[in-house]
Design a protein. Sequence first.
Length: 328
Amino acid sequence: MPRTALRVRRWAAIAVLGGLLAGCGTENADPGPGEPAGAAGAGARTSTKVRPIEAAPRITDAKGVTVALPKPPEKIVCLVALCDDILVELGMTPTATNSQVLAHAEFLGKEKAAKVPVVPGGFLSPEVEAILAHKPDLVIGLEDTHGKLAPALKGATTFWPVQPGSWQDSVSYLRDLAALTGRTAQGEKAEKTFRTRLAEAEKQKSDRTALIIFGSDENFGVATPETDVAAGLFPKISHYPWKSRGVDGSYSLEEILARDVDVLFVETLSFGAPDGKLSEKLAKNPLWSRIPAVKNGKVFEVDSEVWAKGRGTRSLGVVLDEATAALR
């Protein structure tokens, strides 16, 4: 897989393998009775209970990062799709973004998304001058990718580095930004909607074996619950026997064939001009056609902007809807 493709996913693996923090402070989302924070497995039943969110000028997130603002932020620049996801859930629009998730029909749609300014430089190297030109109250980026920008932004705006490793983290970040913006009712509603979706999907858990793969060429990767927020939902809604093998480890087609995968979800990660779907490239391998999901027409190319990059409650809600429909 190209190095850029690996970079898109690698942040999650590093966060988990380096000692992913579980649990939330008093300002964060309650995982619910009997539901350990950060649990990715199928054993814990998701609670639909939502604690009230209180507006606050200062929060400490699930990773111990403190954000303090003099007033509720109105102009927010998003350097990671989780930020865009949360803002849409709260009824807000980013001042600028470098994500394409807003174009999805469940977000703003292509026409409205096209009106949101794009931060030049791409995901890996957004331009500081362009960010500051928007005079943002708050900039939200991925800690291990955009943390290097913090010194350049200091004094001009507030930078919030986020690093979601589970859906519980995503809910926690939603609650935190709802508190900072004062949009508490919207935050509670979004959390309730997501928890209800997940709880309903758990009740209808499929016994089929599912798999999510990602990449841009034949050297694909496997999304695992330990390193991928969307994949973390799958043990709750299907048989998902895939475990992390570290930052650079993955599975071969031979191993996948041996697991009798019933339903296969494919995330094509493109860099520059699209050059074809990952599933079409893998079809050149004779082993591909022998996988049960391929033989039975249960291979689904999904939107990587939502499935791989979104990571917020709206994106994960789309993942749940599409996955449960495919797993029936």
